[in-house]
Design a binder for this molecule. Structure first.
Ligand code: ATR
Length: 290
């Protein structure tokens, strides 16, 4: 990599940032497209976010990704915000514009694109959404905007699912959205579901844990998407597979959120063929060889 006076900088702001795979995505894309760009992690301490965004602009930083714990906190410091990101209330990508940055949520467009590459549709599906935290909330908005027939938000604490449903009903028309306690999923009448696992249950090192213990429901899950990518195959995915369903983990979502950010920063298009070796590089970085 040649770094000179014309090299542009992009980076990731968050805390912690040292385990990120994003530099693998962006620095390989820059190499692939022969773009004079470097991507680095920026650790931002609590209370330092406003100054970090301002400072980045003054340092001519082209764009940034935003991760935990700043995805919502960053919104007041933006010049503009994309409509879907505003609805979701979370931003993971900042694109330089006049006098500041415009915020996007490429986590959700990334998940959508990753699912498309796997042939997984949202349109006209009954979506069983597991969890009611920030990730589940964002996926619920994605599913509504992508034309799901019905969205069932299932959570251990049903009140949190009800809160998302209440809020979404004020903003979204045409999608049937309901809340349910995880313990009651068996009572659902639908015959077939696309399930999206949005909780932290099953995340390394608790690899044996699974949020949905009820065996019967797995017979009705034709596809199970888990947002987790460590481990590469979660217990949830194993159960979906064992009952004849198709699965996808969160690594492609991570890849495509990065790809869409790169496309926004550099005004280019990355093809599925160009994305494939990047996924391999991410797997190598994680120590996955299959
Ligand atoms: P994020 O913002 O990353 O989505 P979060 O807001 O901490 O994370 O949400 C975590 C989700 O995982 C919640 O839906 C949580 O359920 P509760 O709302 O009932 O707490 C769910 N979760 C975490 N541990 C769980 C467990 N052991 N069993 C069931 N659900 C669990």
């Amino acid at each position: 990599m040649k770094i000179d006076g014309k090299t542009r900088t992009c980076g990731l702001i968050g805390n912690p940032v040292e385990h990120t795979l994003s530099p693998v995505i962006h620095n390989n894309l820059a190499q692939m497209f022969e773009t004079n760009l470097v991507y680095v992690p920026f650790l931002v301490q609590e209370g330092g976010l406003a100054e970090a965004v301002k400072g980045a602009y003054q340092l001519n930083v082209l764009g940034m990704n935003v991760t935990v714990p700043y995805k919502s906190d960053v919104i007041p410091y933006l010049k503009e915000i994309d409509a879907l990101a505003e609805k979701i209330g979370a931003v993971n990508t900042l694109v330089r514009c006049e006098d500041g940055y415009k915020g996007y949520n490429t986590d959700m467009s990334g998940l959508f694109r990753a699912m498309q590459t796997e042939g997984i549709q949202i349109k006209d599906e009954n979506v069983l959404l597991l969890g009611a935290g920030g990730a589940a909330r964002a996926v619920a908005y994605l599913c509504a905007s992508a034309g799901a027939k019905k969205i069932i938000i299932c959570n251990r604490t049903v009140e949190k699912a009800q809160e998302i449903v209440r809020e979404m009903k004020l903003q979204i028309e045409g999608t049937d959205i309901v809340a349910m306690a995880l313990a009651d999923v068996r009572t659902l009448a639908e015959e077939s579901f696309l399930a999206v696992q949005c909780t932290s249950v099953g995340l390394y090192p608790n690899v044996e844990d699974v949020v949905l213990a009820d065996g019967e429901i797995y017979d009705r899950i034709h596809t199970g998407v888990d947002l987790i990518y460590r481990p590469y195959e979660t217990q949830f995915m194993k159960l979906v597979k064992a009952h004849g369903g198709k699965t996808m983990n969160g690594l492609k979502m991570l890849l495509y959120q990065g790809i869409i950010a790169y496309e926004l920063w550099n005004q280019c298009d990355v093809t599925e063929e160009q994305a494939e070796p990047l996924l391999q590089k991410m797997k190598e970085e994680m120590g996955i060889y299959e």
